[in-house]
Unconditional design. Sequence first.
Length: 112
Amino acid sequence: MVQDGRTYSIGEVAKRTGVKAHTLRYWESEFDALQPAKDDMGNRVYSDADVALVERIQYLLYEAKYTQEGARQVLNGRMNGATSEEGRPDRATLWALRGFLVKLLQDLDESP
């Protein structure tokens, strides 16, 4: 993913991630962090950060097999038992994050 400040339509994000447009719209209602801006015509415009969040949600739901509530908690940093007494993420949370980052790096290597 190129960090050039470009924005993407919902169709472009759907094609890039393989997540259908209606699912992306649904995720907006389920995940507070996913709130793409809208242009003057009312169309969603996704930033690079929004696309990265979509990919993270996709990973949590489809790869790591979290429930929607579990994915919400991970995204909000308050997964039950996800942190040690010192406030550091536990091993399972770190492995889930590692998997997401590895996939993101692979996607970066494959993009033109």
